[in-house]
Design a protein around this ligand. Structure first.
Ligand SMILES: [Zn+2]
Length: 99
């Protein structure tokens, strides 16, 4: 069981620059409209976050079998990316999981 990431959950990643890597935290802001976990919208693949590096981030990996609006759900441990480096989702719902 993996926890499902929701809007307001976060991921951590590395934004690569010519001067070296910069760690960043992304906060998810956009998720599925109709399906919620604890009243928060679940993140789906293509969902957007705002990174502390100044970029917006996009969820790129999710559960292959559980969908919301025909999109795969973004779970803790799944990856996403800002334009300059990937992140891994760090937090999610402890109560709702997917196989
Ligand atoms: Zn970035």
């Amino acid at each position: 069981m993996s926890a499902i990431s929701r809007v307001s959950d976060i991921g951590i990643g590395i934004h690569y620059t010519p001067d070296g890597p910069i760690p960043y935290v992304t906060t998810f802001i956009d998720g599925a409209q109709r399906v919620g976990a604890e009243d928060l919208n679940m993140m789906i693949v293509t969902g957007i976050g705002i990174g502390s590096c100044g970029d917006s981030t996009t969820a790129t990996q999710g559960a292959p079998k559980i969908g919301s609006n025909n999109k795969n759900v973004h779970r803790v441990g799944d990856m996403g990316t800002c334009p300059s480096g990937k992140y891994v989702s760090l937090t999610g719902s402890p109560k709702i999981g997917s196989k």
